[in-house]
Structure formats: C-alpha cells, structure tokens
Design a protein around this ligand. Structure first.
Ligand code: MN
Length: 257
C-alpha cells in the first residue's frame, strides 16, 4: 500500500489524529493594535451578498473583509523591512508548508510572567530532553495564551505601558533565524513578537531576524497542548495572495496516537 493510502487509512481509523490549530474567524477574532501614529488592520468581517432572497434566490454567499494578518495567519518574509525583496506569501514553495514541528511548552512560566521571553537556553534544554530542532520544521511555542482568545482585551493584555504578552528574546530570535535549522516559529499570541517588543533593540526582533532570514511566522495558533513535543506534522495553508505579506491560514497538525 502506498504511503498516502496508509495515511488516509490512519486518519480514518484515528491512529493519526488531525488537530486543528486554527482560530475561528469572526468579527470578534482578536487583532493587533498598534500605538499611534501607526495604521492598524481591520477586524474580520462578513458582508452578505445574498441569502436565498431577491439578491440570489437559491444561494447564500458573502464577501469577506480581512487583513492579511488577522486570526491564525502566516507571516511571509516580505512582511518585514529586513526582507523587503523577500518572498511574498504566494511564492512560498508548497512543499515547505508540510513540515515537522517541535513543541516547547512554557505555559507555566507564562502564567507566572506574561512578559516571559523564550531564551536560547530554553530551546537548548528542550533539545537535550527531546531531539534537535527539526530541519525545515517549525518551532511552536506553547504559552497557554490561546485560552484568552475569546476576548480582545485579555488577548492583548495591555496597560499604560503597552501590551504584555509572551514572546522571544532578541538573542533567541537571532539564533532561530541564523543558526537553528527551522523554517519558522509559531506562537499562540497575536504576533510572533512579545507585547513589549516595540521597545527591544532591534524592535520586534522575531519579525526582524526570522523574516529577515527568509523564514516564516505562524500566529494565533491554538490547541498546541494536544501536540507531542516531537513527531507532529504541521500543514499550514495560507492563501496565495500575489504580493501578499501574509495570509489567514488553516493550520492543521497530524499526530500519531
Ligand atoms: Mn503577522
């Protein structure tokens, strides 16, 4: 039997589980909010075209209104100035979008400190306990932040000093970009950088280094707690928006049970 038929059989039998890592898209889906004077993205929205009525008696359909970076989405390199001539989202080779995942769980530390930053040492310790980071794969950072995704306020967790959400240290972002074999980083928060990363040097280091290295970001993932530390395979499916800096994506994980 071919490997694809074996895969289909395993999915049907439940020995391979399909875990949906995608946030549902509604007008309530949390979105990034930048301080003035920067321009913001719009929330997701549906605009009804017809619903079995005079506008279309037998059919229901909508226009969608969305930013590229709304809900669960993929950041393409060209999103950042450090990769201004880099790949747009339509140019990402589809074979790269099916890739193994390393899942590092820092949720207990984030519960104690919402400004938690992942360090190189944390990843090195994870590698000692599990395996080297997968070549061409994702590093997915489990923070528990997906539990807040039903509320924009809880999700952004902002006060007078700005948002307080977990992320990746400057040194770790540079290391993931330049030394680690991964193709990108996936997070549960609204962006790959920490809430306070506007004040880092460089600002937004994960975007700056990881996208600058031609790698990718996945944001607003959920259900990472259903994944093993190693062995899951991620299927990330952004829309091929020509010239796009990113796209909402359906992100699925295959997990052997
Ligand atoms: Mn983004």
């Amino acid at each position: 039997m071919g490997v694809l038929q074996e895969l289909v059989n395993a999915v049907r039998a439940g020995s391979v589980e399909v875990v949906d890592l995608t946030a549902p898209l509604t007008s309530e889906t949390p979105i990034l909010k930048l301080p003035p004077p920067f321009a913001d993205t719009i929330p997701f929205g549906l605009e009804e075209i017809s619903r079995y009525d005079d506008r279309g008696p037998a059919w229901y359909w909508n226009n969608i209104h969305t930013g590229e970076h709304t809900g669960t989405h993929l950041d393409a390199p060209v999103h950042w100035v450090t990769a201004r001539d880099g790949e747009d989202v339509s140019r990402i080779a589809p074979g790269k979008l099916i890739a193994p995942a390393a899942v590092i769980d820092v949720s207990e530390r984030v519960a104690a400190d919402p400004d938690f930053l992942l360090q190189v040492e944390d990843v090195r310790q994870w590698e000692s306990a599990h395996a080297p980071l997968p070549a061409g794969g994702w590093l997915l950072v489990r923070t528990g932040w997906d539990a807040r995704s039903s509320s924009q306020d809880d999700f952004l967790n902002a006060d007078d000093s700005g948002p307080h959400t977990p992320g990746i240290s400057v040194e770790c972002a540079k290391w993931l970009a330049e030394e680690a074999p991964v193709i990108g980083v996936g997070v549960e928060t609204v962006g790959t950088d920490a809430g306070q990363a506007f004040g880092f040097d460089p600002a937004f280091p994960c975007h700056s280094y990881v996208l600058g290295a031609g790698k990718y970001g996945l944001t607003q993932l959920r259900n990472l707690d259903a994944l093993p530390p190693t062995g899951a395979v991620v299927i990330a499916a952004p829309l091929p928006i020509v010239g796009g800096s990113g796209s909402p994506a359906r992100v699925l994980a295959l997990v052997e049970r």
